[in-house]
Design a protein around this ligand. Structure first.
Ligand SMILES: N=c1c2ncn([C@@H]3O[C@H](COP(=O)(O)OP(=O)(O)OP(=O)(O)O)[C@@H](O)[C@H]3O)c2ncn1[C@@H]1O[C@H](COP(=O)(O)O)[C@@H](O)[C@H]1O
Length: 118
């Protein structure tokens, strides 16, 4: 799948992670037969981490095969299941975004070197 200019996030999709996190929160205690998120949350780490692992592996396979549409689809599955894992641990996407912002501009090479310095 070619990534078109029209696929660039619009203002409506920029906060999709926050909106999805709210939906995930709203599913706590919901009927697992009616909500996939409720089923995952009810299964706890065992069910959630199994899915995160599976979806990560599917991303790797898709990337190795180089199919852009599948890479996007599998990455969406991985991000979604990762959001459920964060919710299960009472974390929000904003926690991860804040950590990425904290690292912004800090070279990974320099950061690694600073761990052994001194
Ligand atoms: N973004 C997603 C999303 N992405 C993937 N999936 C589901 O994740 C599952 C994983 O895919 P697999 O192919 O591995 O599925 P599977 O073999 O059927 O899964 P398992 O039974 O093994 O867990 C599928 O059932 C997908 O439908 C999602 N399910 C829900 N959402 C979002 O979560 C919201 C709430 O969902 P419900 O809680 O179901 O209402 C939805 O409105 C969506 O916005």
């Amino acid at each position: 799948m070619a990534v078109q200019a029209s696929a660039v996030p619009t203002s409506g999709s920029a906060d999709i992670l926050a909106r999805l996190a709210e939906v995930i929160e709203s599913r706590r205690g919901a009927d697992p037969s009616r909500s996939y998120v409720a089923k995952l949350l009810a299964g706890g780490d065992d069910r959630i981490l199994k899915k995160v692992g599976e979806e990560a592996t599917e991303v790797v396979i898709a990337a190795m095969q180089g199919e852009k549409a599948r890479i996007v689809s599998e990455t969406a599955d991985l991000w979604f299941h990762t959001l459920v894992m964060l919710a299960h641990h009472e974390l929000r996407p904003q926690d991860v975004l804040a950590e990425l912002m904290r690292r912004e501009g800090l070279s990974g090479i320099d950061e690694k070197a600073s761990r052994t310095a001194g």
